[in-house]
Design a protein around this ligand. Sequence first.
Ligand code: DHB
Ligand code: FE
Length: 281
Amino acid sequence: MSEVIWGLGTSHVPSIGAAIDRGKADDPSWAPLFDGYGPAQEWLAENTPDVAILVYNDHANGVDLDIVPTFAIGTAERYTVADEGFGRRPVPDVVGHPDLSFHLVQSLIDDGFDLTVFSELDVDHGFTVPLSVWKPDPGDAWPCPVIPIMVNVIRYPQPTAARCYALGQAIGRALAGYSGVKTVGILGTGGMSHQLAGARAGFINPTFDHMFLEAIENDPAKLAALTREDYIREAGSEGIELIMWLIMRGALNARVRKVHSAYHVPASNTAAGLALFDNRP
Ligand code: DHB
Ligand code: FE
């Protein structure tokens, strides 16, 4: 049986990756954000899992907007870093873990979650920026193999928060039935409140974000009960990315220990948040 040792929720704002790539993390305008990450990065460096599962959304870079799966999983040996129009980020490609991917596919389908399967996939900032938040200086390779789980949050109707939470619980059950690795870390990414276009462009809601950060630790069922319209109204049209944190949380135990959390406004036009949970009893 594989043990989920930690869960990490983090924003994926592309300019956070650009600031790291250009060596600007110590600039006065960026330092307050990156200072907030420090304690989590130190703890994560001491707690590298055998494999990680990264729940994220693509932004029409890896898949075309005309075919958007609600839930998908990668089964590849490697995932190439996508070129989003400015060239590829100078970060390593992602090494996958096909054996665990195929175990997840079968276990999740048998458990009622019929995921689309990608045997080939380019990963965009939704994937690489959370990896950079985990490990800003990866050198030639990320800390461990990583499996992508992709969620549609960009085309209406997105999956419900309740369905995301249930998928996370199913991932937890699938991992309990896998003996190919000992330890797993799981990342839920995106958010926090933000809206990039339309009449409410620039919308940020710290009250909602702080409620979310508290409840993702202690009362995830409350967040799973919110509708997609609740998320869009309270967190913005892109703030609905937060439903992906519930997949991470669903894979953890009912009680977790918070290692560290951070909240910073703004990164670009977005409220950036981080929450790291130790899942060991
Ligand atoms: C920004 C935030 C996102 O979630 C994203 O996918 C792209 C851009 C931003 O705040 O700039
Ligand atoms: Fe996004």
